[in-house]
Design a protein around this ligand. Sequence first.
Ligand code: HEM
Length: 521
Amino acid sequence: MSLYWIVLWVIVLVVVRISHWWYQWSNPKSNGKLPPGSMGFPIIGETFDYFKPHGFYEISPFLKKKMLRYGPLFRTNILGVKTVVSTDMDVNMDILRHENEYFTLSYPDGLVKPLGKDSLFFKTGNIHKHIKHISMRLLGSENLKRKIIKDMDRVTQEHFSLKANQGTFDVKEAVSRVTSFYLTNLVMILISPKDKSNSIKKIVILMLSQSKHKTMITINIKCAQACREGMQLMKDIYARRKTSREKYDDFLETTLEELEKEGSLVNEDVIISLIFTLCCITQDTTSKATCMAVKFISENPKVLAELKREHEAILARREDKEDGVTWEEYRHKMTFTNMVINESLRLTNLAPMMFRKVFKHVEIYITTGYTIPAGWIVMVIPSVVHLDPEIYENPFEFNPWRWEGKELRSGSKTFMVFGAGIRQCAGSEFARLQISIFIHHLVTTYNFSLSKDCEVVRVPGALFPKGIFMNISKRSQHQHDSGLEVSEHRRRNGSDASACTSLYRKKPRVKDKDGRGCEND
Ligand code: HEM
């Protein structure tokens, strides 16, 4: 046989092999009927299409195209993993509620690996439950009310007056610094004052660099390195505290007690990873959520006017004007503020997708007869539900009044910004409190506006390529006093801003697909 034929046969064999591989890639095996869809190119799948940046006021073109073609549940390949995407609110809720039964949390390595194998994101069952319980001792309402609110208020106020002197600042960076500062202090009161200030500075820098180095879907090398250094720093502090045997009223003490309990389900590495994870998540999520709330407020004068009324009424009632925001004020006098926060979170979609892995064959009975094979990833996409015009009229309009009369603090299948099921966010109340305190001081004490080029894109999470910069100056005493007088007058005449009565009030707009309100189902 001539060389020509040999080469031809080799080429044919290679082509047949590649075609077979490609066919298998495009038509994955399943014992049942897979949801419709396409798997994209071998290895990369449809990753680039999914993560392609798009405008803030639109649903991802990738999702839109797929949903039009295949419906709300479809298969694809993202990050090299066979994936079923769900944009259906009932399926989303079913998936999150059946965690540990059929599904387990499984985020891409790039997102959670730097937090170490001991992170709560890798824990399931009783250990996960126990770690969550420990977290709530820091982040739950009791601790927020007893300890955190005071520091949160004081540090936020101090930071504001510092920034007002400078005239302009990056909101995300400022909130990151604020949260890192008081949290580090609450989490670990260190051994010596000198150590304390050095370590806090270092941790704040590490956390800021951690959030800065985050790219679209992976955490790059610098960020992974920052995580390693941060974890090592916490290990050192932990070791010193253990040997010093001194008692402090901080979260570190709580965790040390937990470790010493007989039959404790957690070890030192789990605790250190937990502390580091909480500190990182806090400053990243809360700062972005605050940025977006501030952006929406400054773009909507009617919303700002209503907020001013609500917060000036709070100030007018406060006996000692030097006091900060109290728990009572936060829980019972900030109804409109919470409507603003909900609306801002709904539009922003800080957690645009949640990842679960199937560990048993699952029939998704809602969409009759589809099977998702074991090992596949299910990507729950609540953002599409949050922007569905059938659920939220004019979904891209920022309209806090649509929340009027609704339960504001609990999630539902139509409002899943903090997730659902056993993995529901541990820090939701913490984030709400910080945003509320930020808004309180901003609208009662300062004049502010955002820089013109505060662009927000989705990749698919919200990102601010040029930052969110705010111009800020202290309100004159006259402006401040006249605000308080109006509030006091309204209060005396029985018109309380916190009850959301307003010139600008609009009809509530939220309804679910059955025409009911947006309550927890
Ligand atoms: C507005 C800000 C925030 C948003 C939108 C948010 C959103 C979410 C979502 C959607 C989940 C569920 C993830 C899943 O099921 O896969 C989650 C989980 C979690 N969040 Fe948040 N979060 C926020 C703030 C915070 C803060 C401030 C903390 C505090 C440290 C925090 C701590 C956690 C933890 C520890 C989990 C994992 C819970 C578990 O595995 O059981 N979050 N968050």
